[in-house]
Ligand binder design. Structure first.
Ligand SMILES: *Cc1c(COP(=O)(O)O)cnc(C)c1O
Length: 413
């Protein structure tokens, strides 16, 4: 926030003052891209409990979405000689699990609105095709009924990628219930440091045993979550109470590291990198801390706040030059991950957002080597032009209003 403030004050002090009174700003605190734990995380919110991937059926909790993909492919018995179809518009983290199984990734096209292209998909099938991965981008479900029928007609296994879609309903069913398997990434929706899940409405998931990653992992996950929260000025009382133990822990950790610089990582790199895949974590259970938070934070609040923030962003950015929302409306049953905006001059605006401290996300900024406009023009376009802004449940009103005013400023000039 310091960065935000400084830049704002240099440029237009009066405006900065007007949109966000000084007393309510948390000087020095950046606005978080992803949810962070706060007391409000547990607040009871009126309304019915929303459907989520946890309603699908059997579930296993691992440390990330990509580990859940690895586990799903293992359960499907995918291996050397098999082909897995993936969308050309993707997260880099989706491909290494396929390569880990020894299978071949082949990319299919999506439309300009991210909808899977069934006609193109049909042209990509051959005798080696075993499974298809389908991504519900930004929380908006794909049209799953025809996709399920296509998979049945061709005896293909369907893996629903709900990394952007932990919550939601489609055609009267929870997301994740159309696939033979579905995966989700807990970090994108919950204030947790690690977590992903594999669910299935159709198959048992007990073929592969999950193991504990140890006490060091459990401790580090809990501390990392709290430290992220403190860094954004949340949970102040707890921070005061934990100041001494945390300081001791840091000192101890530094001295251990000084003695043994090659200490193995306690937590998976998926918690802070975009594509890395360390198969060690495929059969490691998510921490107790993350699993507890998944069930104890308010699901009703997550969905209600995200939907409200999404609408506020749509309204605030409506009609600004050189941009339009990727999704024109927010249908019932959708819980957005981010607010994606198609921007004509995306590179310049992206640089401007980064400079002014706006927590902008560029999903699929990089595509897997070889995936370019010749494979799928729409994926290349979306990868370049879509800039996304957080709408998560842990943004305060002040943070959100300030973020919107800076985005508007950036887009108007
Ligand atoms: C983030 C993401 C994943 C992987 O989730 P992680 O928890 O980061 O491993 C998979 N698919 C998509 C579309 C994603 O955006």
């Amino acid at each position: 926030m310091q960065k935000l403030l400084q830049n704002r004050e240099d440029a237009a002090p009066a405006v900065a003052f007007e949109v966000a009174p000084r007393r309510s700003l948390r000087a020095g605190k950046p606005i978080s891209r992803a949810p962070i734990l706060s007391a409000a995380s547990f607040a009871r919110t009126a309304g019915s409990v929303p459907k989520s991937i946890l309603d699908v059926g059997n579930a296993r909790f691992v440390t990330s979405g990509r580990m859940a993909i690895g586990l799903a492919l293992l359960q499907m018995n995918i291996g050397a000689g098999d082909t897995v179809l993936l969308p050309a518009y993707h997260s880099l983290s989706m491909i290494p699990p396929v390569l880990w199984r020894g299978a071949r990734p082949v990319f299919y096209k999506v439309g300009p609105d991210t909808a899977l292209d069934l006609v193109d998909l049909a042209t990509k099938l051959d005798a080696s095709t075993r499974a298809i991965m389908v991504t519900h981008y930004f929380g908006f479900p794909q049209d799953m009924v025809p996709i399920r029928a296509f998979c049945d007609a061709h005896a293909l296994l369907l893996l629903e990628d709900c990394a952007h879609c932990f919550f939601g309903e489609h055609a009267g069913q929870p997301v994740g219930s159309f696939g033979d398997y579905a995966v989700a990434s807990s970090m994108k929706f919950f204030p947790v440091y690690e977590g992903g899940c594999l669910v299935s409405a159709r198959n048992r998931l007990d073929t592969v045993a999950l193991h504990s990653a140890g006490l060091g992992f459990e401790a580090k996950v809990a501390l990392a979550g709290l430290e992220q929260s403190f860094a954004h000025g949340r949970l102040g009382l707890l921070r005061a109470a934990l100041w001494l133990p945390l300081a001791l822990k840091s000192a101890l950790w530094r001295s251990i590291k000084a003695l043994r610089p090659a200490l193995p990582a306690l937590t998976p790199s998926s918690s802070d990198s975009t594509a890395e895949f360390d198969a060690y974590w495929v059969d490691k259970r998510s921490s107790r801390f993350s699993r507890l938070l998944l069930t104890h934070v308010s699901h009703t609040r997550i969905v209600a706040v995200r939907r409200a923030r999404f609408r506020q962003l749509a309204q605030a950015l409506d009609g600004l030059p050189g941009c339009r929302p990727l999704f024109a409306s927010l249908p019932d049953g959708v819980c957005p991950w981010l607010f994606p905006l198609l921007v004509d001059d995306a590179d310049a605006i992206f640089a401007q957002m980064v400079r002014t401290g706006v927590p902008v996300v560029r999903f699929a900024e990089q595509l897997w080597p070889g995936v370019d406009a010749s494979v799928c023009p729409n994926s290349a376009m979306l990868s370049r032009k879509v800039l996304s802004f957080p709408c998560h449940q842990e943004l305060t009103d002040d943070e959100f209003d300030l973020m919107i005013s800076i985005i508007k400023d950036g887009l108007q000039r």
